[in-house]
Structure formats: C-alpha cells, structure tokens
Design a protein around this ligand. Sequence first.
Ligand SMILES: Cc1cc2nc3c(=O)[nH]c(=O)nc-3n(C[C@H](O)[C@H](O)[C@H](O)COP(=O)(O)OP(=O)(O)OC[C@H]3O[C@@H](n4cnc5c(N)ncnc54)[C@H](O)[C@@H]3O)c2cc1C
Ligand code: FES
Length: 275
Amino acid sequence: MTDNCDSHAKHLLNCRVESLAQVAFNTYRLTFASNWLAEQAQPGQFVNIAVPRCGDILWRRPFSFHQIDRHSGACTVLIQVIGRGSEALTRVQPGEHLSCLAPLGNHFVIPAEIDELLIVAGGLGIAPFFFLLQEVAAQPYKKVLFYGAASADCFCRVDELSSLTSQLFLTTDDGSRGEQGLVIKPLQRFLAEPGGKRRLVLTCGPTRMMQAVQNLCKKYHLPGYVSVENLMACGFGACMGCAVQMIDKGLSAKPFLLACKDGPVFPIDEIVIDE
Ligand SMILES: Cc1cc2nc3c(=O)[nH]c(=O)nc-3n(C[C@H](O)[C@H](O)[C@H](O)COP(=O)(O)OP(=O)(O)OC[C@H]3O[C@@H](n4cnc5c(N)ncnc54)[C@H](O)[C@@H]3O)c2cc1C
Ligand code: FES
C-alpha cells in the first residue's frame, strides 16, 4: 500500500518563491513554483530545501508537501521554526529562488475499498495530511481527522481541514480550543464505538502520540501507516543517517530501513517507534 519512489525520479530544482505567510504560532506557509514538481509530488513525500544565506548549514532541510496545486504549479510546505535552518527559510522573499531536491521518499497509497480513513495528527504532523485530504476529496469513504496541538494558536487551517473531512476532532494541551488533553482520547472513544468495518489509520506527529496510535491499531487489529520525521542529512539514502528499526518478526532480513528512502511512510505494525 506504499510505493517506493524511484530514486532516479528526484530532481534538483531552482524554484521561485511565490509567497510566505505566517499561519499559526511560529509556523509559516511557504509556496514556491515548479510545474514539474506539482505534477510529480505525492502525499507523504517531501522536499529537501537548501537553507539560503547560511553557508555553514551544509545539509538541506526536509519538509513534507503540504499543498500542491497541480494546475498552477504552486507547491507549499508548512515550516515550524525550531532552529537556524527553519528560521532562515521563514525570512525568504517572494521572487528569490530556493534550491530544492524533490520529490523524495515514498508516499501514502490509500486503497479505494475502505469505509473510513482515520487520520491522527499532532502539531506539525498535520503537514502532509492537507495534501492527502485534497487528493482523496472525491473518494466516497468517510474521512475523520483527529488533530491535536499545544494551544489554539498552534492549529493550522482548521476551517479548510473541516471542509475536507467528514468529522474533525480537535484537542489542545491547555484546553484553549477543542477538548483538553491528548488527541488519543477522542480516537480511543471513536474506536470503542462500532463503526466501519474497513478502517485505515494514518498518523504523523510526536513520537508518544504515534506510539499510542500504534498500540490502538494493534488492539483493534487495524491496518495503518505512520509517517516518521527522523533527523535526516542527505535525504536520499547515501549517508545512512536516518535508520528506522523494523519490528523483529523473525522473518525480516532487514532489521533496519532508511526513513528517507524506504519511508517516510511505513506500515504501523512494522517499525519500532522510538525517540
Ligand atoms: C520527512 C520529514 C518531513 C518533515 N516535514 C516537516 C514539515 O512539513 N514541517 C516542519 O516544520 N518540519 C518538518 N520536518 C522537520 C524539519 O525538517 C526540521 O524541523 C528542520 O530540519 C529543522 O531544521 P533547523 O535548522 O531549523 O533546526 P536544527 O538546528 O537542525 O535543529 C534544532 C533542534 O531540533 C532538533 N531537530 C531537528 N530536526 C528534527 C526532527 N526532524 N525531529 C526532531 N527534532 C529535530 C535538533 O536535534 C535540534 O535539537 C520534517 C522532517 C522530516 C525528516
Ligand atoms: S538521510 Fe541520508 S540515508 Fe537517510
């Protein structure tokens, strides 16, 4: 259900910045232009962007495709400022060009014959799911989003996400919007109710949240996929710096895979999710 992207398909692109806007606390939406990339990119894949004007930052920084307009060629990523690289990327100006290596990694492939698509996102883990929800908008199955954030001002694009989903559960750590507490709580309640027989779970976000989702999938025998955001360097399988441990089922000859090349999307019952 996940496809490995042909590594030869990635291109080094010089992309013009179209816009940059703050969309939430410490979080920006950066849009650049590439007709080719907008045709190629799939939900779950990412782009490695060279940090401009920081000669000492050697490695590109990875960001999930957040929104793609296949007609206009506009490619958008969500950037949360956590260090020097992400901060520098939120100071780019429309008109300047960014060096982008993309598309990288594999992607979500959702089988048509499901009844319910359950998406569990924590914080910036929402980034790939906007694009995914746009791509599956015409599909008949129910789309349920569980979206947790630290506080109300950390949510991104809730109204648009609401229009792309059948049901939306919001939680915040401080109770400033939605239910107070972890996003796992409404998911637990939802799964405890009788529902669609053919459910698929997707998750991306903080490690503990993904571990809890993994446990619930196991408890309810649900198939699922996790998108990991390991620390990365090269982004295309050369440095071996992003190993993901496989759960030892006594069958696998490959106890480790690479998040950048074999992932970032993995079957939730196949990998060890840890810090
Ligand atoms: C496949 C993939 C997709 C991603 N998608 C997004 C996205 O859509 N939006 C977004 O904002 N971020 C995303 N990230 C994370 C983003 O790449 C990092 O936040 C960014 O590279 C940090 O660069 P920096 O120079 O600002 O911080 P650095 O100076 O490199 O790091 C600052 C601190 O953050 C820690 N850190 C850096 N990267 C990560 C990470 N991946 N996980 C945990 N801690 C980290 C460092 O160890 C350090 O303590 C993604 C990462 C991956 C691997
Ligand atoms: S980041 Fe270099 S191998 Fe994955």
